[in-house]
Write a protein that binds this ligand. Structure first.
Ligand code: DAT
Ligand code: MG
Length: 140
């Protein structure tokens, strides 16, 4: 499998509970390398733009409000099959359905406050990485 990059976000529920290091350890233990990382507070416009694909969903206003409710850590993870590997480590969207040992099973508070975001395809990973990072901010 090829080396890939994927966009990860440690969400406000996790930064609030000081879980950044514990979550990053999960990535590193799985062989993913954090090749870019910054802690930011998203604006409403940024959160709406990032999640534009969900704009018509009933939960969209709550999702945006949640994503601006505290700082997030946006990061680029690199490794073999990084997109699928990260989705595996994250676990299912709803922590009630997430496999034991996944980040969401162990840390998420609810389907909304589910601790992490991860790109769902290589194509979206490229778009999402470019949303937050310029080429010179990524050191592989
Ligand atoms: P994922 O984050 O696993 O890729 P998604 O892309 O379907 O899931 O949804 C994006 C985020 O929107 C998700 O992490 C949490 C929120 N969300 C999804 N479904 C929801 C629901 N039924 N109720 C509330 N929030 C939801
Ligand atoms: Mg998604």
């Amino acid at each position: 499998m090829a080396t890939e990059r994927t966009l990860s976000i440690i969400k406000p529920d996790a930064t609030r509970r000081n879980l950044t290091g514990k979550i990053n350890a999960r990535f590193e233990e799985a062989g993913l390398r954090i090749v870019a990382q910054k802690r930011v507070r998203l604006t409403k416009e940024q959160a709406e733009g990032f999640y534009a694909v969900h704009a018509e969903r009933s939960f969209f206003p709550e999702l945006v409000a949640f994503m601006v409710s505290g700082p997030v850590v946006v990061q680029v993870l690199e490794g073999e099959g990084a997109v699928a590997k990260n989705r595996e480590i994250m676990g299912a969207t709803n922590p009630a359905n997430a496999a034991p040992g996944t980040i969401r099973a162990d840390f998420a508070e609810s389907v909304e406050a589910n601790s992490v975001h991860g790109s769902d395809s290589l194509e979206n990973a490229k778009i999402e990485i470019a949303f937050f990072f310029s080429q010179c901010e990524i050191a592989g």
